[in-house]
Design a protein around this ligand. Structure first.
Ligand SMILES: Cc1cc2nc3c(=O)[nH]c(=O)nc-3n(C[C@H](O)[C@H](O)[C@H](O)COP(=O)(O)OP(=O)(O)OC[C@H]3O[C@@H](n4cnc5c(N)ncnc54)[C@H](O)[C@@H]3O)c2cc1C
Length: 270
């Protein structure tokens, strides 16, 4: 059971940061993950009074406040137009609408969960996190960092021209994913992300340059590149076994989802 000694609805991030420096203090997102654990919290820090629950579309970026719910992201027209519906696809399988009306983007990204659809999706875009103390950090860097006592204020998605597709495999609808996969062209840079390996989502380095110039490839070259890179990903992405799937099954899924994702980005599949 979660036990909270005192509760503070803060008036500023500075106040939240100060309170959070105590090891037994804890920032609250939507509490959907926190409430599952056994923990004694000295001070629960509520950010809900800070107006950080909106998605702002600026000229060159989206600024998503940490308290924005997953359902607000899922139904945000501008974000979905920008990602061709990939944001909606990455979120719509997570438990249910009521749950997604509570879970926040801050809790989802800060948590860096090894099963995360959210992390996989955001890693496939030109995403940054705005931390109170550390400032703006690329998500690619943040994802490898250890959790500290900083506060995530917002998630920033740069409006770099983007083509992106999101896929996941689940044993049953609304369960945790067995594997997640996102493929994108950020400008002309190909990026592939695999998550729920089980392990934090990671970018698959294309050390052989198989997808180099993918956007400019001919209709004949694209399916071959998608197939070759899918095989490469299955060989190079570390996957493991857990109660949901074996390592072998995840290797197979890595290959299949990667190929399908690149076929979609390449316009060979809808
Ligand atoms: C049963 C269940 C099923 C789930 N299934 C999926 C799934 O299929 N796919 C998926 O992607 N996710 C899934 N999740 C994760 C979920 O979507 C949320 O990402 C996660 O629960 C975090 O929720 P929250 O926003 O309520 O954060 P909380 O539970 O409130 O907090 C989580 C952690 O983040 C910290 N935190 C919160 N906000 C901030 C901030 N702004 N700055 C710093 N630290 C912060 C908290 O202190 C805490 O340590 C599941 C979770 C549960 C409980």
């Amino acid at each position: 059971m979660l036990k909270i000694k005192s509760y503070e609805r803060v008036n500023s991030i500075a106040e939240a940061y100060e309170l959070n420096q105590k090891k037994s203090a804890c920032v609250l997102g939507g509490m959907v993950w926190l409430k599952m654990g056994n923990r004694n919290i000295s001070t629960a820090i509520d950010l809900s009074g800070l107006g950080l629950d909106t998605v702002q579309e600026l000229e060159d970026e989206f600024v998503i406040g940490c308290m924005t719910t997953l359902h607000d992201l899922e139904t945000n027209a501008a974000l979905n137009e920008f990602t061709g519906g990939a944001v909606r696809e990455s979120l719509r399988h997570i438990v249910g609408v009521q749950f997604r009306n509570c879970a926040t983007v801050g809790g989802s990204i800060f948590g860096r969960y090894g099963f995360s659809d959210v992390l996989t999706m955001f890693l496939a875009m030109d995403t940054w996190v705005d931390m109170y103390q550390a400032g703006r950090i690329p998500l690619t860097e943040f994802v490898t960092q250890k959790k500290d006592r900083d506060i995530l204020q917002s998630v920033i998605v740069k409006k770099t021209p983007l083509k992106v597709t999101y896929l996941s495999q689940r044993n049953s609808e609304t369960d945790f994913p067995v594997l997640t996969c996102a493929a994108s062209l950020i400008g002309d840079m190909p990026r592939t992300v695999i998550g729920a390996r089980p392990g934090r989502a990671m970018i698959v380095e294309d050390s052989e340059g198989i997808l180099k110039g993918f956007g400019e490839m001919t209709k004949k070259q694209k399916p071959q590149a998608a197939q070759d890179f899918a095989r490469y990903a299955a060989e190079h992405v570390p996957v493991g076994s857990n109660m949901r799937a074996s390592e072998d099954y995840r290797k197979l899924l890595t290959q299949v989802l990667t190929r399908r994702a690149w076929e979609t980005v390449g316009g060979m599949k809808k």
